[in-house]
Design a protein around this ligand. Structure first.
Ligand code: PLP
Length: 392
């Protein structure tokens, strides 16, 4: 099977996305009546006597039944008509979109975006004769100016954008892209489908590093794309995944599906804690800024309030007034926050981001990135406050 996974989900309009996700769409295994879908690990499948494959499965590199189950839940969450495609990482998912472009095409991408993907775009697109320009996506005039009508085929945005949590107006960006004949793809990792549904706002493709809050337990690396339409571009992405063997493994898909059952609880709690922390840290005497779209004076707040639902996500950043050395010393002194990269897990993480991103990054050297988990907010605040005071 090399076809993309059609959204064969029981999109029962009577029930919310939350209710459907909690039950992983409520499918019952026909053989055992189990409420949890079986884990399919077989790499190969027996042919019918007439040499056909009536089950639709022939080999596990292009397709897998457990992966399909998780994809159906993700397609439901994103309201994706074309369905969803799971990949072995967020980078594999994102790069499949760019790999589907043709030589001579042009891409517009954000200045503030996941740094490793930005580096990949800079290094790999020119080798494929694909042009790329990076613009401040919170400035729609800059986006309009960067578009080359007839040549720009893809506008890529990330909102909120890592690690400054810059907000991009998805509906406006979709309008600008479509007017020029381009597609809009959205990295929605920091929002999660709980807080933003980019396809309903006009985006063509939504991407997540499922390594983050979708899985949420820091034990799976995965990526997902969900598509508004099963058009030729989407089919090409599916063919790239199948041909290149970039599909997620069944064990990871199984763990991811288990995590999706609690996504709404986790995302809701993490966003509520992030907002409470941002409010308490805002105005802290040892911080020069708190970057979080949920704060009313944040530059992206008005757009975020319009396009995000039920919260502003689990990610925030703080700038340490005394500078880079004090920021690094603060990260060295926390006890509850874990000093590690990545985001979206139930455990809270802190990271000095500039030293990861290196030269050319828009990340200020005094910035600490905070991924809020589900520990007590009071403990998280007290731990950070104590570390700041000890470091400065
Ligand atoms: N997009 C964002 C916003 C990310 O934070 C990351 C990883 O940190 C990625 C994409 C890449 O995902 P992965 O690490 O699963 O390849």
């Amino acid at each position: 099977m090399t076809q993309p996974n059609a959204a064969d989900t029981p999109q029962d309009a009577a029930f919310s996305r939350r209710s459907l996700a909690v039950q992983a769409l409520g499918r019952i295994d026909p053989e055992t009546r189990a409420v949890v879908a079986p884990l399919h690990v077989s790499t190969t499948f027996v042919r019918d006597p007439d040499n056909g494959y009536s089950s639709g499965f022939s080999y596990a590199r292009p397709d897998n039944a457990t992966v399909r189950e998780a994809e159906a839940v993700l397609a439901m969450l994103e309201q994706a008509e074309a369905g969803a495609l799971l990949f072995g990482s967020g980078m594999a998912a994102a790069t499949a979109v760019f790999t589907a472009l043709e030589p001579g095409d042009h891409v517009v991408a954000p200045v503030v975006m996941y740094w490793a993907l930005k580096r990949w775009l800079r290094e790999e697109l020119p080798r494929r004769s694909i042009g790329v320009d990076f613009v401040a996506m919170d400035d729609l005039d800059a986006l309009r100016a960067a578009i080359r009508p007839g040549t720009t085929r893809l506008v890529w945005i990330e909102t909120p954008g890592n690690p400054l949590w810059t907000v991009t107006d998805i509906a406006a960006a979709a309008g600008i892209a479509h007017a020029a004949g381009a597609r809009l793809a959205v990295d929605s990792t920091a929002a999660s489908p709980v807080h933003t549904r980019p396809l309903t706002l006009g985006a063509d493709i939504v991407m997540h590093s499922a390594t983050k809050i979708l899985n949420g337990h820091s034990d799976v690396v995965a990526g997902v794309l969900a598509g508004a339409r099963a058009d030729a571009f989407w089919q090409r992405i599916a063919a790239i995944r199948a041909g290149g063997g970039a599909i997620l493994g069944p064990f990871e898909a199984y763990l991811l599906m288990r995590s999706l059952r609690t996504l709404h609880l986790r995302a809701g709690a993490q966003a509520a804690s992030a907002l409470a922390l941002a409010r308490r840290l805002d105005g802290h005497p040892l911080l020069s800024a708190v970057l979080y779209p949920g704060l009313p004076d944040d530059a992206g707040h008005a757009i975020a309030a319009r396009q995000m639902e039920g919260g502003f996500g689990y990610m925030l950043s703080v700038r340490v007034a005394a500078g880079e050395a004090a920021a690094i010393a603060t990260a060295a002194r926390v006890r509850l926050w874990k000093r590690a990269t990545s985001l979206g897990g139930v455990e809270s993480l802190i990271e000095h981001r500039a030293s990861i991103e290196g030269p050319g990054s828009p990340c200020p050297p005094d910035l600490l990135r905070l991924s809020t988990g589900i520990e007590d907010t009071d403990d998280l605040f007290a731990d950070l406050d104590r570390a700041l005071r000890a470091a400065v």
